[in-house]
Design a binder for this molecule. Sequence first.
Ligand code: NAP
Ligand code: MG
Length: 482
Amino acid sequence: MNAVLKNYVAGEWAAGAGISRNVNPSNTKDIIGEYAKADSAQTLQAIAAAKAAFPKWSRSTPQERFDALNRISTEILSRKDELGHLLAREEGKTLAEGIGEVARAGQIFAFFAGEALRLTGEKGASVRPGLDVEITREAVGVVGLITPWNFPIAIPAWKIAPALCFGNTVVFKPAEIVPGSAHALSEIIARSGIAAGVFNLVMGSGSVVGQTLIEHPDVAAVSFTGSVATGRRIAQACVASTPMKKFQLEMGGKNPLVVLDDADVKVAVEAAVNGAFFSTGQRCTASSRLIVTQGIHDRFVEALTERVKGLVVDDALKTGTHMGPVVDQNQLDQDISYIGIGKDEGAKLHWGGERLNRETPGFYLQPAIFTGATNAMRIAREEIFGPVASVIAARDYDEALAISNDTEFGLAAGICTASLKYASHFKRNSEAGMVMVNLPTAGVDYHVPFGGRKGSSYGAREQGAYAREFYTIVKTAYTYPG
Ligand code: NAP
Ligand code: MG
């Protein structure tokens, strides 16, 4: 076993108070590495370092920030195959998906390198004679970034890149079960030429490292992606702290894909398979509710089942694998438990849902399709976060739209139809932050806003130019030139 991989605090690599093991979900005998686990004291050191580095970094030139982010982007992109392999090995998405995610992280850093140069303010006339009014944007301060396990490099990238771009300093706490990609990314950031303390990596548990971050008065803002339950705790802690913190929460989804009678069945099936089962269904934008009108229902279910039967579930790193394992035992237990709940509620387990054995011990699960589900069932209301999709029959478009919006979530929603009228109506009336027509609910661009409504998101949007709403603070200055 190699040396324990360390935390990065105040420009130094530092051992933690404990150690966590990074297990490959495709082969639980494969230990990827041992990683430092911080305690509260080390988290406090990281916060202090970020605070000390803030005055200088927040006043650095856009060129300095461009250069650092651009270097990070270049290294990520040039190592995308190797980093994608590490990602697939620790998280269980396929190698192609892992490499794609790493490339996305590189593109995000490139985009925000440019954003550092593009930040401008406004100057206007005052309503009072002789005065000038200026509106500028400044860095917020020390930001705490807390990320989930399902996109171990892309989600950190879309928080770290804008944070640094606009002059904030960072304390980054990745999900405990996927420290590998976070550590590799942090090594690249550490080499980018930024000063000590501007960026800090604190691997460790949510209840210790995360909790310290969300309670500390010197952390000015928290950006979080994860579950609704944790998001709510974070919101409460941010409001309870003095001064209150700015916060941004991206949480769960129960995303609908509506399939209308006039849809191209092939297009609809591809959208459903990608949305429900790629990345093992472990995406906040996964389509877990397939809402299908009666004229196409049986044809769609038949074609979907045929397509899903052909999906190869195996080791994430093997050529030919379409779907890797579930991320860990906890998530597998949750998926299997929901499959049982669906059956008990009276939905028909139409295909799949069996635990699978492969050459190596791993958390393999067959993709599962429920039919005859209603939108009142728990499998249609609660986020499963696994390869489980429920087909819900609808009379017509109006009923399909109503079902699609009848959820506490509102991240993404999709519709498959050849009708411009229904597509336009759906885009207008869907209560989701992102709407897809003839496309999977998952799969987004990085230069436009990402985020949801209702129970899925809280606060400013992430990604694209909209990221500045969270990572900058507006100042209005009045001048009387005399
Ligand atoms: P999670 O359990 O909420 O954890 C997310 C992060 O919060 C982890 O780093 C976790 O640390 C940390 N955390 C836990 N307790 C905390 C506390 N008391 N204070 C501060 N931080 C704390 O979510 P997950 O299981 O990793 O990820 C799955 C969830 O993420 C799903 O619900 C999914 O929908 C959601 N998700 C949403 C989006 C989106 O953009 N909307 C994207 C991806 C995923 P540990 O690692 O120690 O648990
Ligand atoms: Mg967790």
